[in-house]
Design a protein around this ligand. Structure first.
Ligand SMILES: Nc1ncnc2c1ncn2[C@@H]1O[C@H](COP(=O)(O)OP(=O)(O)OP(=O)(O)O)[C@@H](O)[C@H]1O
Ligand SMILES: [Mg+2]
Length: 299
């Protein structure tokens, strides 16, 4: 049983998380920068006075849905623990912002204070800790944009509590790193954003990344259905990759499965998957994307 507000808690480096670090395809300099910032948190930060270098131990990843932020954050946690081989070992905690923010007045503030003010310091007293604040806009909600619908006083207090606790943690626990993610950077309180030591925008995959993600997914399916790998050497494969532009990584990874749904015999035996099936699946995804974009514009 996890404590309230904690979705996951484990020792690092974790093998499945390390796999995530490798699975997320981004420009190498982006990943290097991210890892350097995380490492710096545990090397430089404890050794320089906060008065001179006011680091908070917060990295913020922002970007569209399905661009790999959560996977990257988990992977970064594991990779950081791996490269800084510490004797005591790192600990990972994933916060569940939705279970902290309750509709009962005053409850969110208490839950945030309990987690960030008591529970996390208990862990951080024992070992270096990396905390994932996934979908952080739910926790550090922009106080300037609160409507009267959703119990604004409570949300206001919860955000205040997050900021106050972050300042306390930054002052007392330099062996603590928060990795926050968000699809809605505009919904995050600006005081939280200002506390981030690095804000990194995770973009949609470029051509090269589309190629790598699709290849990787085909190879994975090909381990069980070897003929699927023939798609990689098909003369039309490059064209198919070019068609992926604009799709997010999650969509691209799902394409191979989606392509198996056009013909029943392919669903029964994915070895029969053709490049035309794949191309059809991409066309469909692109049409869906255009339709949802059109809808959001007309709203
Ligand atoms: N750049 C990428 N390279 C490889 N795989 C990717 C990439 N982007 C997304 N994926 C894949 O898409 C899936 C979704 O990733 P993830 O949940 O981390 O995205 P997210 O940005 O957190 O999405 P959301 O904003 O909806 O929470 C994962 O299976 C991941 O491997
Ligand atoms: Mg996510």
């Amino acid at each position: 049983m996890q404590d309230t507000g904690i979705l996951d808690s484990r020792k690092l480096p974790d093998v499945t998380f390390l796999e995530l670090w490798n699975a997320i395809i981004l420009p190498p300099e982006t990943k290097d920068r991210l890892l350097s910032q995380a490492v710096l948190n545990f090397t430089l930060r404890p050794n320089v006075s906060r008065a001179d270098l006011p680091l908070h131990g917060v990295i913020l990843l922002v970007g569209e849905p399905g661009t790999g932020k959560t996977s990257l954050a988990r992977g970064l946690a594991a990779k950081t623990a791996q490269v800084i081989s510490s004797e005591v070992g790192f600990w990972y905690i994933e916060v569940d912002p939705h279970s902290l923010t309750s509709s009962a007045l005053g409850k969110s503030q208490r839950a945030v204070t309990e987690l960030l003010g008591n529970k996390i310091p208990e862990y951080a007293a024992k070992q270096p800790v990396i905390v994932l604040l996934d979908e952080v806009e739910a926790l550090a909600t922009d106080r300037s944009k609160l409507s009267l619908e959703a119990n604004p006083i409570d949300v206001h207090r919860a955000t205040d509590a997050v900021l106050a606790q972050l300042d306390q943690l930054a002052a007392n626990h330099p062996n603590l790193l928060f990795i926050a993610t968000s699809n809605f950077p505009k919904a995050i309180d600006s005081a939280f954003v200002s506390r981030a030591d690095l804000i990194l925008s995770v973009d949609l995959p470029n051509q090269e990344a589309c190629h790598a993600i699709l290849t990787n997914t085909i190879e994975a399916v090909g381990r069980s259905y070897p003929k699927v790998k023939n798609l990689l050497t098909d003369p039309l494969f490059k064209e198919v990759v070019n068609m992926c532009e604009g799709l997010d990584g999650r969509r691209i990874r799902k394409l191979v499965a989606a392509a198996c749904t056009y013909r029943k015999e392919v669903a029964f035996d994915p070895n029969k998957l053709s490049i035309e099936d794949l191309s059809r699946a991409i066309e469909h995804e692109q049409q869906q994307l255009q339709a949802t974009r059109g809808e959001s514009k007309s709203r």
